[in-house]
Design a binder for this molecule. Structure first.
Ligand SMILES: [Fe+2]
Length: 360
């Protein structure tokens, strides 16, 4: 009985105190109005919820704009997008903080996506569509970002000067038989940093460093600023082999079906080809997170994958999408299934190793 009486007393005290609590709350709210005034609150944007979604992307406008137009046709949701370099967009998201208008950030390479998540620029999203469509290796372990298309970074060669039977792996390109015959892109490109980060995961630092030193010793010329220039150097006879993302070769073959550089799927007997992604996620302070999630879900749909992946000669992240044209001609390959988040986690190690190995 005593306990009950006590409870009643407490309840009474609470209900009696409630008006005071409300007043205190109002005071706190009023004192922070200046904050509220300059932050987008979810409620204040609810009118926009169904009508638009804002995207920051480092993808080239001509690749992504037709997709966004199609999304608007299908859903009535307008897609406003800003295109810039990934570094500029990451800095912008950091600077804007809670005031960002961006709901979605889309960029390329798991290294960049990981860096953005380390800066706290994404939020975890729950989506059975994304979890079922995007294999775990190609999304963040906390579902902060998801792969939207796959790009394979593999070996290319001049078939007149190299027989495919001489080729095997990235590691083999350190062999002295390639002395003066290898072309590489600069190590400042995140594509190479991610490749080497995954090699560190497979072989450890020491072995990876000696492989990279072997590459450097085999270089025919200074590293190139682009994969296209590298492929053209093989065509021109400056070197015989190199490592590139396949879509750069695909573009050259689409312009000239007899283009004299061929593709070799690396490491089919062991780790598989290094595959990276373009990807995206919902921003940490998205004013319209649901609209952002719906757009990303649509981007992995079979319809969107045709324009998002195949139009850029990348591979679809959705395994239900058939491939065609030049990329189908390269045949099936085994991809490295090590989670790409490791490319980000080991990025700093990779950059230091590349520097120590003298790869500029
Ligand atoms: Fe690229």
């Amino acid at each position: 009985m005593q306990a009950t009486a006590h409870s009643v007393e407490v309840m009474f005290m609470q209900s009696f105190k409630r008006p005071l609590v409300v007043i205190q709350t109002l005071f706190v709210m009023a004192s922070s109005l200046w904050l509220v005034a300059c932050q987008p609150s979810p409620e204040s944007n609810s009118a926009d919820e169904a009508s638009k979604v804002v995207v920051y992307t480092s993808r080239q406008p001509h690749l992504i704009e037709p997709l966004f137009e199609r999304y608007t046709e299908l859903t009535g949701v307008e897609v406003e997008f800003t295109s810039a370099s990934e570094a500029a967009l990451i800095e912008r998201l950091v600077a804007e903080g809670p005031q960002t208008p961006a709901d979605v950030f889309i960029t390329v390479d798991a290294g960049n996506l990981w860096f953005a998540s380390e800066r706290g620029l994404f939020q975890s999203i729950e989506s059975s569509v994304l979890e079922e469509t995007v294999p775990p290796a190609w999304r963040d372990s906390e579902n902060q970002w998801f792969g939207l298309s796959l790009r394979a970074r593999t070996i290319v060669y001049h078939p007149g000067r190299v027989d495919a039977s001489e080729l095997s792996s990235y590691e083999d390109l350190a062999d002295s038989k390639w002395r003066g015959r290898l072309c590489l892109r600069t190590s400042r490109k995140v594509y190479n940093q991610s490749l080497v980060a995954m090699m560190i995961e497979h072989h450890g630092e020491e072995e990876t460093q000696s492989i990279v030193e072997g590459w450097v010793a085999n270089l025919a010329t200074d590293p190139f600023s682009s994969d296209t220039l590298l492929i053209q150097a093989i065509e021109a006879g400056q070197c015989d082999v190199g490592i590139v993302n396949t879509y750069y070769l695909g573009r050259l073959i689409n312009e000239d079906p007899n283009y004299p550089v061929a593709l070799f799927w690396a490491n089919q007997a062991d780790t598989g080809v290094h595959v990276n992604i373009s990807g995206g996620g919902v921003t940490r302070y998205a004013p319209r997170p649901d609209a952002g999630k719906k757009l990303i879900e649509w981007l992995v749909s079979e319809e969107a994958q045709v324009d998002l992946a195949l139009a850029n000669l990348e591979f679809p992240v959705n395994s239900g999408v058939p491939i065609s044209g030049v990329i189908a001609g390269w045949g099936e390959f085994v991809a490295d299934s090590t989670p790409l988040v490791i490319a980000g986690q080991r990025q700093a190690e990779a950059v230091q190793l590349l520097d120590r190995a003298g790869y500029r």
